[in-house]
Design a binder for this molecule. Structure first.
Ligand code: ZN
Length: 347
């Protein structure tokens, strides 16, 4: 039998802070609500011990913004006349070295939430006294952490409603944090349930987490956005990188296109007729939707800056469009490098 519903479970210790109805209400804000519903996703409001038990330590490692700001970006050193094969190898090597280096700058951060589609019998048994786990795709929120962040924000004088007590203010801030964290996690459910599984590589985490946060930011209201901005300013690069998207995309629809390009690893949405145009004229004049153009434009711009302009037109461009590459990751790795390049200046 196939059950279509979302299960919400809240640790009884947090019953005074938040209700199931509120959690359901928050989930409906997510553009992926129907997906959670159709896949019988379970949502647990639990504590940080459970979240850390379920989310493996290597997935809690992220990039420190200040460290990244200090780092030099690599330059590609080839000229237009260099053989294509050499360029291809050189580019690939340089990109891999860049991401290998970046991994060294990762450090462990506490996470507010986690999505997991790999609940094992061992986990169910181990955590049975704390939480009623089942083998379903699940979202976990560390309510104690959300409350701590809320208390800190409250003590810095962030007041989101003038008529409430300090205690009520903390609860309201915590609810707002839980709301954003839930929507963030629904993005991970979206990619995972559509077959793109989380990878513990820096470039993957950068794009996946920044999009997850960009979606959360895009779908919450103005008041929640203030709290979101406040929290994210202390978060690692991958999370702060949501700004990269919102500094460039103007509409939620463009963000959703971006999410689908990331999910499907392709640009099939670009009408076939204009493919050749993209690579012979200035991409900016093309009447294609925001992000599809942006993706090509940015890689193009980077190719000029780093001296592989011709290589972009001859190899990378066709590679993206026609999928004539054994591994599309190189495009995302390159794109992640561009993101970091801009984030260094924008954060
Ligand atoms: Zn995430």
């Amino acid at each position: 039998m196939f059950i279509r519903m979302i299960n919400v479970w809240i640790d009884s210790r947090y019953n005074n802070y938040i209700s199931k109805q509120e959690v359901f209400k928050y989930l409906t804000i997510s553009p992926f609500y129907h997906l959670l519903y159709n896949n019988n996703v379970h949502v647990y409001l639990t504590d940080s011990n459970v979240v850390d038990e379920i989310c493996p330590p290597e997935r809690r490692k992220f990039l420190d913004v200040e460290t990244i700001k200090k780092q030099e970006l690599p330059l590609f050193r080839f000229h237009e006349e260099t053989r294509e094969e050499y360029k291809k190898e050189y580019l690939k090597k340089t990109i891999d070295e860049f991401w290998k280096k970046l991994k060294e700058y990762e450090k462990r951060y506490p996470v507010l939430g986690c999505y997991c589609n790999c609940i094992t019998d061992d986990l169910i048994y181990e955590l049975s006294h704390k939480i009623p786990l089942v083998k379903k795709p699940s979202i976990f929120i560390a309510v104690d952490r959300c409350l701590n962040v809320a208390r800190n924000l409250n003590s810095t004088g962030l007041i989101i409603s003038t008529t409430t007590s300090s205690q009520q203010n903390v609860i309201n801030i915590a609810k707002s944090i839980i709301k954003s964290a839930l929507i963030h996690e629904t993005f991970h459910a979206f990619t995972d349930l559509n077959g793109k599984h989380y990878r513990n590589e820096s470039w993957f985490k950068l794009i996946e987490e920044s999009l997850a946060n960009a979606v959360a930011y895009g779908f919450i209201n103005k008041r929640d956005k203030i709290i979101f901005e406040e929290i994210s300013s202390k978060q690692p690069l991958e999370y702060q990188a949501y700004k990269y998207w919102w500094n460039r995309l103007k509409h939620k629809s463009e963000l959703m296109t971006t999410c689908h390009i990331w999910l499907r690893d392709n640009l099939y949405g670009v009408p076939f007729m204009i493919y050749p145009l993209i690579f012979f004229f200035i991409p900016a004049i093309l009447p294609i939707e925001g992000y599809r153009r942006l993706l090509i434009e940015i890689l193009h711009e980077m190719s000029i800056r780093y001296g592989f302009h011709e290589f972009f037109h001859k190899v990378i461009g066709p590679m993206i469009i026609y999928g004539k590459i054994s591994n599309i990751d190189i495009m995302w790795k390159l794109f992640g490098m561009v993101m970091i390049y801009y984030l260094k200046k924008e954060l």
